[in-house]
Design a protein around this ligand. Structure first.
Ligand SMILES: NC(=O)c1ccc[n+]([C@@H]2O[C@H](COP(=O)([O-])OP(=O)(O)OC[C@H]3O[C@@H](n4cnc5c(N)ncnc54)[C@H](OP(=O)(O)O)[C@@H]3O)[C@@H](O)[C@H]2O)c1
Length: 368
């Protein structure tokens, strides 16, 4: 059930040492991990897995992603899907990719065209199955209607149950398997990240709304609970989180992305044990309440940020993420805002212009 992802090699969590990652990969295979998830956007991840795991290729499954232009923008065109897959096969030093995922939604390309590429790769025996990365429910439904995706990937952890809820009522009917990422709260549930921790430039946690100071107390309260549950079973908070996500109906795979064997070993030991029924029930209730509380805090803070005269980049991002997670804006619109923000170069006037326009359209919706 546990798969190892190499997103860390993109630098998203600071610079990582490829030698450590190589050691981790070898140990992982030795300990029976048989699923590895990479992407052309994850630095040298494909090449490293191709090189290091080549001798074990028949024992493991390799998943990668496609539908991205060289510029890094989503490109679901037939050409990008087919050419991207062939480049990945080369990087991975293999003739077959077990699972090929469309990384992001490309709003410009019809789904039928992307599917044409995916189906062709499947019928040629170059990929075993295909799945969907960061997709809205509407897009997933469109793919299911026109094609045969086998999985969806989304964030699921005690710190974020929103996405899982979104798909809960339809994955079974569509025959989709569920892959969870973000299970460790991007490392927060290790307990090694305090409110004083600073991340290096380029680390996504500098912008991730989960790490926003306004959610500081809230995050800690979840960590504290997992810690106390774990103490009963001789487990760490990360292990409790992994175990809890593994018990959610429909979850077939948990992807973790550590960069050392020590961290991976801790994660592996999150499986293979069970909480007592009463503890499980109590934890479920706690997580449900905490996620509702998070919505309330986020709603309140988003309103506060929108009312400010000068809003910072991170605060505005928090507002957009909140609007999206509360379903007050759709995915297309959220992406438009994200793109605009990235193009703003964090300039005050541009952020202010966006704040005013978001305020005009959505402030009322944030007041329940
Ligand atoms: N995150 C995404 O946006 C995303 C999107 C699509 C696909 N995926 C796939 O899902 C995989 C998992 O990604 P993720 O970001 O959700 O991974 P993750 O394991 O939840 O987060 C990685 C971060 O958590 C830390 N960490 C993990 N286990 C730890 C432990 N036991 N103790 C202390 N720190 C620990 C890592 O630190 P160290 O580096 O120090 O170990 C790293 O900073 C990716 O590699 C990728 O294949 C992820």
């Amino acid at each position: 059930m546990l798969g190892v992802g190499l997103y860390s090699l993109s630098g998203a969590y600071g610079k990582k040492d490829p030698c450590e990652v190589k050691k981790m990969l070898l140990k992982a295979v030795e300990f029976g991990v048989d699923y590895f998830d990479v992407a052309p956007l994850y630095g040298e991840a494909e090449e490293l897995v191709g090189r290091v795991l080549k001798p074990y290729r028949n024992k493991i499954k390799v998943a990668t992603k496609g539908g991205i232009a060289k510029s890094g923008k989503p490109d679901g065109s037939y050409r990008a899907i087919v050419d991207g897959c062939k480049a990945s096969l080369k990087n991975l030093q293999t003739g077959f990719i077990d699972h090929f995922q469309v990384h992001f939604v490309d709003p410009e390309t019809p789904v039928s065209e992307t599917l044409q590429g995916l189906e062709e790769l499947k019928s040629q025996g170059l990929i075993g199955s295909y799945g969907l990365g960061h997709f809205s429910r509407e897009k997933i439904e469109e793919y299911c209607h026109l094609g045969d995706p086998s999985s969806i990937l989304f964030e699921a952890s005690p710190l974020n149950t929103k996405e899982y809820k979104k798909y809960q009522d339809f994955w079974r009917e569509k025959g989709l398997s569920l892959m969870a990422m973000g299970v460790t709260g991007r490392g927060f549930l290790s307990g090694n990240i305090s409110r004083k921790t600073t991340f290096p430039a380029g680390d996504i946690r500098n912008r991730d709304p989960l790490f926003h100071p306004e959610l500081g107390e809230w995050r800690l309260s979840v960590l504290q609970k997992l810690k106390s549950v774990g103490e009963e079973y001789g487990k760490t908070p990360i292990q409790v989180a992994i175990n809890w996500v593994s018990g959610l109906p429909g979850i077939d795979r948990i992807l973790v992305g550590p960069s050392s064997w020590a961290h991976l070993k801790e994660n592996l030991d999150g499986l293979g044990w069970e909480m007592g029924e009463r503890d499980k029930e109590e934890l479920n209730g706690f997580i449900q309440r905490k996620n509702l509380e998070k919505e309330q805090i986020s709603r309140e803070k988003a309103r506060f940020f929108l009312g400010k005269q000068v809003v910072g980049f991170r605060d505005l991002l928090f507002v957009i993420e909140t609007l999206y997670s509360l379903d007050l804006i759709g995915e297309g619109e959220a992406h438009k805002f994200f793109r605009k923000m990235l193009q703003s170069d964090e300039k005050k006037e541009k952020l202010e212009e966006m704040r005013v326009s978001i305020c005009d359209r959505y402030l009322e919706k944030l007041i329940k």
